[in-house]
Design a binder for this molecule. Structure first.
Ligand SMILES: [Zn+2]
Length: 188
């Protein structure tokens, strides 16, 4: 069978659907830690969140905040969980955001702890450098298409608008002149 989340998103597999639009579905997780746990599934099939089209990425992130607020109105706490890759707990190779209701002493149902080992100063400094080195090219790539798309649009607007304004002003002046001349004609 094809991807489970694609099948849920397309309706091939029935689900308890709460919301749907062209880009995403929000369904009840039928294997929740607590009832009301939600799954926000983008209709675009990609494994990792950073592979999504930018517009869809923004949409599912905003949806996750909206639905976290809904669940946070019912439960005292909420975890927004986005596993990326099998070792992060991703079971289906199709990115989804889990909205997990949380309440007191639910660690028997939800395990999201890690061995908190204090970083030594040298390791910390090494990692700051390492992450910055990885960040630069990724950030360049992330920002590049956006700038290319945005720049011509701004230019076009700047070039076209004054032309229209000048044209408008000229037309208005012509209209005023004509009105003035007409007025003089009628007065004479
Ligand atoms: Zn899929």
């Amino acid at each position: 069978m094809e991807c489970l989340f694609c099948a849920i998103a397309s309706g091939q597999i029935p689900s308890y659907k709460i919301y749907e639009d062209n880009d995403l579905v929000v369904v009840l997780d039928i294997y929740p830690a607590h009832p009301g746990q939600l799954l926000i599934i983008p209709k675009q099939h990609v494994t990792f969140i950073w592979e999504l089209d930018r517009e869809i990425l923004h949409k599912i992130l905003e949806a996750s905040v909206i639905f976290a607020k809904v669940i946070g109105s019912i439960y005292p706490s909420v975890t927004i969980y986005i596993p990326n890759g099998p070792y992060a707990g991703q079971r289906v190779p199709h990115v989804a955001i889990y909205i997990i209701p949380r309440q007191e002493n639910d660690q028997n149902k939800i395990v999201m702890e890690w061995a908190r080992e204090k970083l030594d100063d040298n390791t910390a400094k090494e990692w700051v450098e390492k992450i910055k080195n990885y960040l630069d090219p990724i950030l360049d790539q992330w920002l590049a298409p956006k700038q290319k798309e945005a720049k011509p649009e701004v230019k076009e607007e700047k070039e076209e608008k004054p032309k229209e304004d000048v044209k408008d002003i000229k037309q208005k002046i012509e209209a005023i002149k004509k009105w003035f001349l007409d007025l003089n004609d009628t007065n004479q």
